[in-house]
Design a protein around this ligand. Structure first.
Ligand SMILES: [Zn+2]
Length: 123
């Protein structure tokens, strides 16, 4: 599983190139190796320097990045609809109108339940 989607990662990379003072020709001046975000694991890493100093320059990207990384959860930005999870009965908020479950695990769980219910009716 990756934290950042391609679009967000690309923006992160661009911001590294243009704004990060440690970014020199694809390398990080702090670690003297390839900038974390430009490695294969780039969509899963978090660079403290980037998050604290570089990311602050781009409010929009910051929001997307932090949501992806689960750093901040903004009530206003996410969750227009209040729902009760069909699998675990927890309350959750979502932007997707027809979302039934609070997490991927619950989605799978619900699918299992509906599948077995279906098969029970069949037999
Ligand atoms: Zn749930």
């Amino acid at each position: 599983m990756t934290l950042l989607d391609k679009q967000t990662l690309n923006k992160v990379k661009t911001l590294c190139k243009t704004t990060c003072c440690n970014y020199i020709d694809g390398k990080c001046a702090l670690t003297d190796s390839t900038c974390d975000y430009f490695t294969k694991a780039g969509d899963n890493v978090s660079c403290d320097w980037f998050e604290q100093c570089v990311l602050q320059n781009d409010t929009e990207l910051k929001k997307a990045y932090e949501e992806r990384h689960g750093i901040s959860y903004t009530e206003t930005g996410i969750g227009k609809y209040s729902r009760i999870c069909k699998a675990c009965s927890n309350h959750f908020k979502t932007d997707t109108k027809n979302k039934l479950t609070c997490s991927n695990e619950c989605r799978k769980e619900l699918r299992k339940q509906t599948n077995s219910a279906y098969y029970l009716r069949q037999s």
